[in-house]
Write a protein that binds this ligand. Structure first.
Ligand code: SF4
Length: 341
């Protein structure tokens, strides 16, 4: 998608009717990786922000920024699907094709979803954002059935690669606000991006997050590193002439995505893991995004052997740590048997 075509679609929001199924499994799920089996609700398509590494520039065939305006139909689909698998603890995010909160002042969509999710017995909603638009949801009745998540990065990466998003300090202030409003929070240090001061900057980033996020408000923390497929590399270089994120040594994985070489990724993840454990303790649920078993074995203190097992671990963690959110004892056999659904 060329520079102007891609960006023109971001300028104006179109409200569109509900058409076809909107809930699905995260598109990056792949049998050769330890994926978490998160579900996605495609209620938003495209994003007002302009991150250099954004996969949407290569993924969307229609660049128009669209929001589904029929919450009743969206919720009917979610209720049918969550009722059909009552044994499963669903995590459902609205972020796959855009940002969950960036447009909230115009759409009010997140607020309506929060109010519905509070009554679904076996699901939590994940609102993932790079914005600081949280004021519209602070007064919602949520019963902690919504996790407000931030894609966090260092101030340097935010300033140079995540164009038009909230600044680092604005995101930290927003985290504090939702914690004070009683929400659980997710942090996604993803994509970690290499540059000369990465090590000390990611450490400062973790410290600042910990200052506003106590362990008892952490839903989950994920870590991942920059990845893109070969076609996207050319788009990044065309659309973001000032960016040098494609210049590091990378290798192609069996999912056709380029990543930093394995020893480098291991070093990055070990740095994060050691400091996440130091800051949030042994109990915080931490996982890697789109990595294989061998990396998990070197970096993580949990080692799920399948997608079903990692999905089960989320359910079990919530049942143990937040029993009012997931009161049901999860059955690992069902998570393994139906891991592809
Ligand atoms: S916030 Fe997410 S969806 Fe929006 S431009 Fe950045 S990477 Fe893409």
């Amino acid at each position: 998608m060329t520079n102007s075509y891609y960006r023109d679609g971001k300028k104006k929001v179109d409200f569109v009717p509900y058409k076809g199924e909107k809930m699905d499994t995260c598109a990056t799920i792949h049998d050769e990786y330890v994926c978490c089996n998160v579900k996605v609700l495609k209620s938003v398509s495209n994003c007002p922000f302009d991150c250099s590494y954004c996969f949407l520039q290569n993924y969307l065939t229609n660049p128009q920024l669209e929001v589904v305006d029929d919450i009743t139909r969206l919720m009917q689909e979610i209720e049918i699907k969550t009722t059909a698998q009552p044994w499963r603890f669903f995590r459902i995010g609205t972020w796959e094709l855009g940002d969950s909160l960036a447009l909230e002042e115009q759409t009010g969509q997140a607020k309506q979803l929060i109010e519905h999710f509070k009554d679904i017995p076996n699901a939590v909603l994940e609102l993932k954002t790079k914005s600081n638009v949280v004021d519209p949801i602070l007064d919602c009745v949520h019963h902690q059935k919504t996790v407000v998540s931030w894609s966090m990065n260092t101030p340097f990466i935010i300033d140079t690669e995540e164009h038009k998003t909230a600044s680092f300090d604005e995101r930290i202030t927003a985290i504090k606000k939702v914690v004070d409003a009683g929400y659980l929070v997710g942090l996604h240090f993803d994509p970690m991006i290499l540059y000369s001061d990465w090590k000390q900057d990611y450490l400062k980033c973790l410290d600042a997050c910990r200052n506003v996020l106590p362990p008892e408000h952490v839903a989950w923390i994920s870590i991942g590193s920059l990845r893109f497929n070969p076609e996207q590399k050319r788009l990044i270089e065309n659309n973001f002439r000032g960016s040098d994120i494609t210049c590091q040594e990378m290798v192609k994985g069996s999912d056709n995505k380029m990543r930093y070489v394995k020893p480098m990724r291991i070093q990055m993840y070990q740095h994060m893991m050691a400091n996440i454990r130091r800051l949030w303790g042994e109990n915080a649920f931490v996982y890697l995004c789109m990595e294989r078993w061998d990396i998990w074995d070197k970096v993580m203190d949990i080692q799920p052997r399948s997608i079903g097992e990692l999905d089960f671990m989320f359910a079990d963690y919530f049942h143990t740590t937040f029993p009012t959110i997931n009161p049901q004892i999860p059955n690992i056999d069902l998570y393994k048997k139906y891991q592809s659904t």
